[in-house]
Structure formats: structure tokens, C-alpha cells
Design a protein around this ligand. Sequence first.
Ligand code: NG1
Ligand code: MG
Length: 497
Amino acid sequence: MDFSETLANKATQPITSYLPSVQTRLKALSSAPSPSNSPSIKSILIRAPGRVNLLGEHVDYSGFGVLPMALTQYDVSLSIRSVTPSNPTSPSSLTISNLDPDLFETRKYDTSDPKSLSVDLAAHHWSHYFLAGYLGAFDSMPSSTPPPPPSHIEVIISGNVPSGAGLSSSSALVVASTLAAFSIYGVDVTRNDLALAAIEGERYVGTLSGGMDQSASILSREGMALNIEFVPSLTSTPVALPEGVAFVICNCLKKKEKAVDASLYYNKRVVECRLAALCIAKEKGLPVSGVRTLRDVVDKICGKEGRETSQVIAELADFCRGRAGETGPPTLPDVSAALGVPAGDILGLYFSDRTVQCGAVLNDSPTFDIWLRSRHVFEETLRVRGVLSLPLLDPSSLGSVMDASHASCRDLFDCSCPELEDLVRVCRGARGAKGARLTGAGWGGCAVACVEEGKKEEFIEEVKRKYYGEILGYEEGKIPEGSICVSLGGAGASIVE
Ligand code: NG1
Ligand code: MG
């Protein structure tokens, strides 16, 4: 695979290249009946994997690199068809359904005017994730050669990524949908451009996501981890996984739906990191205009002083540690005094790209823990850079870096929870463990452990007994399916042959 390959060329994968359980679902999708009994003109089968993040948590939306890998066993797949309706005069339509219609209600949208298609953030519906990808694709299609829209589209979706588990169920659906839209419109696209469209698309559902998940789901290579960088532009580099270890993913079984209470959790962190960037720029005597991310601050300092990036990041981490020791978290009036602008102007001046989500956070939060959050982002970035600077990922150092990342997520970024703490402690104490950390946004969901390959079965047995058995109280054999699994790096999203 080549980074610039387009989907029309090489993104197709034979069905036999997938795990047997995945093949079964793909076959069920391709033979699923049309929700409206309409004959298909064109039909395409698509698969987009979930991902696990090995290192680099909550740094993507600050512009720093991450190290995830796509999963082999969890994905969202869909069959998208252009159909002929029984009534030829019926208005253009998009019907979104699920292989399990009892759990996911079918919804039909009128697409006579494609521009009228929008996501109603006030009335959440699962089909919005499809719309988000579809709109993201639409926005990024070349306006010079608008493709003729197929009049009637039916989509049937099926996914097995556990939701609210930090394994990117939402992004897998958005990615599959973005790819589906490009494919059904017959517009060719590179994997990189597909990722950019999916990142923009997911913002239609209201989270201020960074870009790691969509990129991992699209750009990953089989058997590899992926270093994704966002600045100056989206790039991805496959990274060989360390030899002799396995990555075991364990779900703490507390669900955290990121979109629910976002102003207390995910979006709040996005706002805190931006406020931190603005305040640091101001304190460092840099022009604040144009600063949106912590990365912007680093780049401005490097540009001005001609210094090396990691060194500047390390100094800023120290600076934030010092500021956290001197002062507590600022209130909005404190930030306004520090920046020298009225509190009421902050939203319009610095958050004009996402006023709805950020306005709620700015107004509802008594304080903003900017020094702890930014220290985490800088130190976590140094951990990613440190691990990547080794010629081969070394399992022992990766394990201890994963431990340090978890401690920082808990103590500085405050995105752990009691269940994840119990699980990570059990994982670390289990036989063969080299390190363990929460993965994804946190506040629930999964931990990932780096485990000696030869001891992974014993590790799994011990975690089952101690966490799922002794702590959660599950009887042997009654632990919910999929709670614990070993994952190899999977390939990125594809069209299934
Ligand atoms: P989850 O909640 O695990 O899908 C989220 C963001 C990522 C990244 C991580 C934290 C979305 C779609 N994903 O992942 O971009 O910021 O949290 O590292 O919002
Ligand atoms: Mg998600």
C-alpha cells in the first residue's frame, strides 16, 4: 500500500482476508434484503475498523502525534446500494437501516435538496453518524465536477465495536459512511483525503474530536502500529510492533458516552487545552492571535528562537508544572484578566470555529484546570516522541511508558474512573504484564496492556478471575462476550470484494 493510493485503485480487499467472524457478518450484510424491497442498481460493501490507542492520549486535538493501531476483530461494516424505488415519482431519498432493526430504528431522509440534509444536534439519533460521514464526504468533493447524485440510496449497517468503550465505534461508523459516500458517487479519493473528510464529517455530530480515530481507521497497515501526525499536515508512518509481546484489550465495562455530558468531559478538555495555549502564549510574550492549540505555541517559540521542538516541549512541561504549583485552576474572569480581553469576548475571539459546544463549556464551568491539562499534553507528547525515537519499540520501555501515561491521564488529565483504576491495577499485577493504561477518551471503557506473548493466556485468566470475577462479581463463564481480547494491528478501511 502506498500513502497516495486512491480507493479506486487498491482499497479493495478480498473477503477471505478478514477473520471468519468478520466474513460471516459481511456476507449477512451483502445478502440482507432491501428495507423497501427495491432492486439495486449498484451495491458496495465497506468495512471500517475500530482502533486501540497504544500511546498519546488526549493530545491529537492539541496538534500532537499519536500511536494507535486498527483492530482486526472490531469494525463497522455496511452495504450501500443505489436502488430503483417501486414508485418512480417518489422524491429522492436516503434510507439508513441496521442489520438489527429492533435495536436501531430505520430512518429515511428526503434528499431532493442534498444541501438540506443536516444533523439535528438537539435530537440525537444513531443515523446521524452516517449523515456526518456522508456530509463530510460531500463537503470535500471537488466542486468543479459535481457528481450526479444517485436518487435513491439505501444503507444497511452492522457493527461490533463495543460502544462507549474507547475503541472508536463512532469513528468507525463515520469512516465507513464517508467511504460509502465517495464510492456511491463514484468519486475517487486518496486515503489521506478520505481521513480528512471523515475528521471534518465527525464534527457534525458535535464532539470536537481531534482526528486520531478516523485516521487510524483509514491509514493503518496490517500487523503495524501507526504514528499519526497532524501538523503541518496529516501524515502517517507505520511502526513495527515490538516482538515477543501481545496487546490485550480489557473492557472495564463502565460505559462512557462521550457525547453525553460532553461539556463536563471531552469538550471541556478541548476548551481547557485551548485556554491553556492562549494563556501560555500570553505569558511567554507571543502574539495570541492565531493561537488555537498547544502545538501552535510550541511552533511559535521554535520559529522565533530557532530551537528544537522536543526541547521546547520539555521546557513548557516544566513551566506548566511550576504554574500548577503556584496557582489553582483559573475561573473565566481570571482567564479574561490574563488575556486582557472581556470574558464575554472570549468565545467570539478564540472559539469561533465551534461556538455552540464551546459556549456551553465556557459558561457552565466554574474553573478550568489549564496547567494540569497542558502539562499532561506536553509530557504525553514527550513519551510518544521518546518511544518513537527507539529503532524498534522496546517492550520493557514501552510498558513503563504506558504506565506513566496512565498515571498522567488519571492525575493530570482526570480522565480515569474507579473501574479503570481497578482494572489497570489488576492488569499490571498479572503474570506477564509489562505495562497497562486506559485507552481512548477514558472515564470508562477499555484498558490496553502490553503482555509477554508466551504468558498472555495466563494473563487473561488472571484478569478474568481478579477483575471480572472478584471485583465485578461475574461467575466463571458468565463474563460478557468480548470483554477481553488480544488484538493484532489490522488494515485500514476497505471496500470488500
Ligand atoms: P474515543 O472517545 O476513544 O473514541 C476520543 C477522540 C480522539 C482522541 C481520544 C483521546 C473522537 C471521535 N475521538 O476518542 O480524537 O482525542 O478521545 O485521546 O472524538
Ligand atoms: Mg468514539
